[in-house]
Design a protein around this ligand. Structure first.
Ligand code: HEC
Length: 311
């Protein structure tokens, strides 16, 4: 009777909990977000509480069940039966368990087998034991020999692999090559927006100019087919960036070549710097000025202003 009433009570609690869960579910947050409102948090807390309550009631129910069972049919107590004391020999037998990992790893033999290991000779009454070498050690040992044969054949007889010093040299050469490539790439990244006035580029720029540009701009940049590059007047802007851009993309419609394809951006930067350095050189037979007068706006625009900004 007790059990049944308990069951009814507990199931009542259970259904109550379930009901509260069912009620809570529709209100539960549709999608979990961090910005929970107070009601949402409360509902969530209630839900958690309901689940905990359910678990607790299940555990309690089980406990009560066991208690009720014990009340109705108590399990009889077990009687203490003292164990008969073993004699030494038998106790030893129980001790002889399997060898441990350590003994296995070192191939250790149990002390009872010591007699089998004794080497039949004695010096001053001292006997020697022939303890076996562990198998793994032997494998390793002979393995190194096999490896050595392979190694000598690969590196010293067949000369398939590089020796240490050769390897060092190859790696250094590769590093130097990588470095060269990297630096070349870093320099090549210059374009019309990053080009800077730089005196050190002028010498190379002159070579580039002599090789490519004099046919149209004259030996001193005084202008022939192309405009005079030594005056302050520019058709396409006189800043280093503008000049770079003109050279890079050209003015195909007016006969100025685009040099982007046939020249590296470094070379363009160099020749642009050379042209900037020609400013105010007043060569003979100069072509009449064309375009608009350009005045250096920024400190970086002309070589003269490179270190002393114009106020
Ligand atoms: C085939 C003839 C020709 C060659 C070669 C040539 N240019 Fe030009 N260049 C011209 C002409 C023509 C113009 C004028 C374009 C215009 O009227 O818009 C010009 C314009 C320019 C301008 C702009 C001038 C301004 O007033 O804005 C620059 C800078 C320039 N050239 C630099 C170079 C450089 C540097 C080289 C050599 C790498 C070069 N040019 C080779 C024909 C040439």
């Amino acid at each position: 009777m007790k059990k049944i009433s308990l069951l009814i009570l507990l199931s009542g609690i259970g259904t109550a909990v379930l009901a509260s869960e069912q009620e809570a579910k529709p209100i539960a947050i549709p999608e979990p977000s961090l910005g929970l409102s107070v009601t949402e948090i409360l509902v969530l807390a209630l839900l958690v509480f309901a689940i905990v309550l359910l678990l607790v009631s299940i555990v309690l129910f089980k406990a009560f069940k066991v208690m009720a069972k014990e009340q109705l049919h108590p399990t009889p107590y077990q009687k203490y039966v003292p164990e008969a004391p073993l004699d030494y020999e038998e106790w030893l037998k129980t001790k002889k368990s399997k060898p441990g990992i350590w003994s296995k790893l070192l191939s250790l033999k149990p002390i009872e087998q010591e007699q089998e290991l004794v080497i039949p000779h004695a010096y001053d009454g001292i006997h020697e034991l022939n303890n076996p070498v562990p198998k793994w050690f032997n494998i390793l040992f002979y393995g190194t020999m096999i490896f050595a044969v392979g190694y000598i054949y690969y590196y010293h007889i067949g000369e398939y692999g590089q020796k240490q010093d050769q390897e060092y040299e190859t790696e250094m050469a590769k590093a130097a090559e990588d470095k060269r490539k990297f630096l070349a790439q870093a320099v090549n990244k210059v374009d019309e927006s990053t080009v800077k006035v730089d005196k050190t580029l002028i010498a190379n720029g002159k070579n580039v100019f002599m090789a490519n540009c004099i046919a149209c701009h004259g030996e001193h940049g005084q202008g022939l087919v192309g405009p005079n590059l030594t005056d302050e007047f520019w058709l396409h802007g006189g800043s280093i960036n503008d000049i770079f851009k003109t050279i890079k993309y050209g003015v195909p419609a007016k006969g100025m070549v685009s040099w982007e394809k046939s020249m590296s951006s470094v070379n363009i930067a160099e020749v642009a710097n050379y042209i900037v350095s020609l400013q105010g050189s007043h060569p003979a037979n100069a072509k009449a000025p064309q375009g608009e007068k350009y005045e250096a706006k920024a400190a970086t625009d002309t070589l003269k202003n490179e270190s002393s900004p114009k106020k």
